[in-house]
Design a protein around this ligand. Structure first.
Ligand SMILES: NC(=O)c1ccc[n+]([C@@H]2O[C@H](COP(=O)([O-])OP(=O)(O)OC[C@H]3O[C@@H](n4cnc5c(N)ncnc54)[C@H](O)[C@@H]3O)[C@@H](O)[C@H]2O)c1
Length: 333
């Protein structure tokens, strides 16, 4: 068992993939005050062992064994999009605080079951809509709260990835869509900044490029979301930006309010390096601050929180968006 100080939260990282690696290394590297890595769990033994080797924490093939061996009291869940429910239910039943990756769930039924599980167990739980800790959006929230831009009325948000992301990095991209993977962030930002309840959606998308690589999902999805107060938003998520794209993502956000407007573009990361190729190295990092906020939240001190109810709201909107993609019509959320 790793050495730890009294009061420190002992984390399990469930899912030793891209996100699990990042969060486990942050915890093991002492980058999150008040939290340590107690163990890593993955059903893929090789992945668990690799991450265990890199962090010095023990590896496990299932959550029950990991809890029994480590006495962990918190968990970060980074399993694929549609596979969050079972780990969350197991962790809740065992009384651990839970930070689960976005989207909370890919069905409304799963989202409700997860809310019931954490409520029944009385555990602290959040969804990792991490852009709420992305510095430009923290500033956007300050601007909204100050009243200077008035009531937000119109959103125009795009979050896109180069094709190598679904083609080479994400082994399960054929089991999800760019809307679940990317648009979920954009919808959560509109929900958080505008406190908007989605009423109806219309969505359209295209297929073909990824199918050519044997990945049966949408290349891109566009959605128009109408909110209960008459505001609306246009959202784009695309998975086929060229691989020559100079950064890991294209992320443009515009919100127009009754008294002003906010625009954010994190694509360029405040730096361009032109060497063998032109690129924008990632500089706007917020993951440690997000995890720190979760730890403070467990202790009842969090300011920003992503509740499972907010996660349900985004899931409901996305379920309607996928219905609209199939029906070709406007769908009620
Ligand atoms: N917050 C963000 O900015 C952000 C960014 C990227 C991805 N994500 C989300 O994080 C989640 C994980 O994405 P990723 O890119 O790390 O995926 P990944 O494929 O790299 O990793 C997922 C891991 O989960 C493991 N796994 C599957 N079922 C499991 C189970 N029942 N128990 C334990 N391990 C299990 C897999 O073997 C795999 O190693 C997704 O929901 C994704 O949408 C969030």
């Amino acid at each position: 068992m790793l050495q730890h100080m009294t009061g420190e939260k002992r984390f399990l990282v469930v899912g030793a993939g891209t996100m699990g690696n990042g969060y486990a290394r942050m915890l093991a590297g002492g980058r999150v005050p008040g939290a340590v890595l107690a163990g890593v769990v993955d059903i893929d033994g090789t992945k668990a062992l690799e991450l265990a080797g890199a962090t010095g924490a023990p590896a496990f093939g299932d959550i029950e064994t990991a809890i029994a061996a480590t006495g962990a009291d918190a968990a970060y869940v980074a399993t694929p999009d549609g596979l969050h429910r079972v780990p969350v239910e197991t962790l809740a039943q065992r009384g651990l605080s839970i930070l689960v990756e976005k989207p909370l769930a890919t069905t409304v039924e799963d989202a409700h079951a997860m809310i019931e599980a954490v409520n029944d167990a009385g555990v602290y739980a959040e969804v990792n809509y991490s852009n709420r800790w992305n510095p430009p959006f923290i500033e956007a929230m300050r601007s909204v709260e100050s009243g200077e831009v008035g009531e937000l009325r119109s959103f125009n948000v795009c979050l896109n990835n180069p094709v190598s992301s679904p083609r080479d990095r994400l082994r399960w991209s054929g089991g999800t869509t760019p809307a679940w993977f990317l648009m979920s962030h954009c919808l959560d930002l509109a929900l958080w900044l505008g406190r908007k309840k989605a009423l109806t959606v219309y969505a359209s998308g295209g297929r073909g490029e990824l199918a050519g690589y044997g990945i049966e999902t949408y290349d891109w999805i566009h959605a128009v979301v109408r909110y209960a107060d008459g505001a609306d938003g246009v959202f784009e998520s695309c998975w086929i930006l060229p691989d020559s794209w100079p950064g890991g993502a294209e992320f443009n956000f515009k919100a127009i309010g009754t008294k002003g407007a906010i625009t954010v573009d994190t694509t360029y990361q405040n730096i361009a390096v032109t060497a063998e190729r032109h690129r924008y190295p990632g500089t706007i990092q917020w993951a440690p601050a997000r995890l720190q906020a979760f730890v403070r939240g467990i202790e009842g001190q969090g300011r920003t929180r992503v509740s499972f109810e907010d996660g349900l709201e985004v899931t409901k909107t996305l379920v309607a968006i996928h219905r609209s993609l199939e029906s070709g019509g406007v769908e009620t959320v």
